[in-house]
Write a protein that binds this ligand. Structure first.
Ligand code: HAM
Length: 422
């Protein structure tokens, strides 16, 4: 019979890979908790309209990447391609945003029908952070410094660099859009087909084109930063002052526009050279109009999301030593009486030493087999319980990773032994 395979671009994360995932997830969770961020969880499925209205009709995500289907009630539903829209929906619906400030984080799978390649998947995982109710650039700076703290804690700060830009407020953007469209229209014959299409729908995204033939026209295009009005300029300059004062290096990338429509003012990306074409590991910015556009009261907002697959790939080399899974002990039992006593012994040890990491042999086996399994489990020691030990009320300790002779100790002393030796 033909074996059923997983869906292309949707990966299993295997037992030997989960320790690094857990290490990365725990580190991120710890850092954001220390900054006062609280977790929010929202559904994976939402009404399609949530994403078309927020991310934008003329974006790659909405035009060609969403997993959308009709449910049994003929409602159009979409597997979330990102978390910001969901978070804003939940915030408005649950009354979290009105006259309040919020610092929130979330983690989980996102879905985009992209062409799978290294670092790009159809089911991928994001760790995201969204803040609400903070208008000034101080929160933008907090988010950037907090993300820098992630890289520091994961030992990868040498592998990533920060790019920032400002898209300004809607007045600046409308002014810039006109300048850009005029310039590109005057050079229409030099635009590739994709950019000609975008000229009508989403001209700013043309700046993001990776087509080498388009680079000259893009490099000579008017710059958004030159079109910022006073309010937008002040916001960006104040952010830069805060980052400079905190000694956080960054590059101003005037072509950074982001692929989702809801941004205004600050946008940013942390990029790496280590993952080939998929260089962005963390990206975000301000979206001050989104809450109001979705029916809430006008609320300034700023956030980012990082791609966990990319971060795990980057963090693996520098963290693998800390994360190998090492059980303290593996309990080996010979004979039916020993098996019964062994289960009871493990239960008592787990109660008296809550952190104890002990694996109990299951599935029987001769002494050689059981000790092989003990060795394969990575455990530091084997606790051996046979008929002799039962009679003596003791266990034999066999050191699996050290060159020490095995010893026998009384069961009454085992808790103390484990606590002091492991
Ligand atoms: P985004 O740039 O679309 O922004 O995604 C953020 C990060 O998710 C990317 O930098 C990348 O690391 C990861 N990512 C995106 N697509 C894939 C994929 N197909 N496979 C693997 N990783 C991927 C957002 O999603 C915004 N919601 C970020 C945000 C939050 N802005 C404000 N708040």
């Amino acid at each position: 019979m033909k074996k059923i395979q997983s869906i292309r671009g949707m990966n299993d994360i295997l037992p030997h890979e989960t320790p690094i995932w857990q290490h990365v997830e725990n580190t991120l969770r710890e850092v954001v908790t220390n900054y006062g961020y609280e977790e929010i969880r929202f559904p994976i499925l939402e009404h399609t309209e949530l994403f078309t209205r927020t991310i934008g009709e003329a974006t790659d995500i909405v035009e060609k990447e969403m997993y959308t289907f009709l449910d049994r009630n003929n409602e159009s539903l979409t597997m979330r391609p990102e978390g910001t829209a969901c978070c804003v929906r939940a915030g408005i619906q649950q009354g979290l945003l009105y006259n309040q400030t919020q610092r929130l984080w979330y983690m989980g799978p996102m879905f985009r029908y992209e062409r799978p390649q290294k670092g790009r998947f159809r089911q991928f995982h994001q760790f995201g952070v969204e803040t609400f109710g903070f208008k000034g650039p101080d929160i933008d700076a907090e988010l950037l410094l907090m993300s820098a703290n992630f890289w520091q804690s994961l030992n990868i700060n040498q592998k990533v660099t920060l790019q920032i830009n400002s898209l300004g407020n809607s007045t600046s953007r409308a002014y810039y859009r006109k300048q850009l469209v005029d310039y590109l229209t005057a050079n229409l014959s030099l635009l590739d087909a994709d950019s000609q299409k975008r000229l009508q729908t989403n001209p700013l995204r043309i700046l993001d084109s990776k087509n080498p033939d388009m680079q000259e026209i893009i490099n000579n295009a008017p710059m958004l930063l030159d079109c910022l009005d006073e309010e937008s300029k002040t916001h960006f300059d104040s952010l830069r002052k805060l980052l400079d004062a905190a000694n956080l290096p960054y590059e101003v990338n005037t072509k950074l526009v982001r692929g989702l429509d809801y941004y205004s003012f600050t946008v940013f990306e942390w990029v790496t050279k280590e993952l080939g074409a998929q260089s962005a590991i963390c990206a975000g910015g301000r979206y001050d109009s989104l809450v109001e556009e979705m029916g809430g009261k006008s609320t300034p907002a700023c956030g980012f999301a990082l791609g966990l697959e990319r971060l795990v790939a980057l963090a693996y080399d520098n963290n693998k030593n800390q994360i190998t899974h090492i059980p303290h002990a593996y309990l080996v039992m010979f004979g039916e009486n020993a098996e019964i006593a062994g289960f009871n012994l493990a239960k008592k040890l787990r109660q008296s030493i809550p952190d104890l990491h002990i694996i109990v042999n299951c599935g029987g086996g001769n002494p050689g087999n059981q000790l092989k399994r003990a060795d394969k489990s990575n455990a530091k020691i084997a606790l051996i319980l046979g008929e002799n030990e039962l009679k003596e009320n003791s266990v034999t300790i066999k050191y699996l990773r050290e060159d020490k002779p095995q010893t026998e100790i009384k069961i009454a002393e085992l808790t103390n032994f484990l606590q002091s030796h492991l």
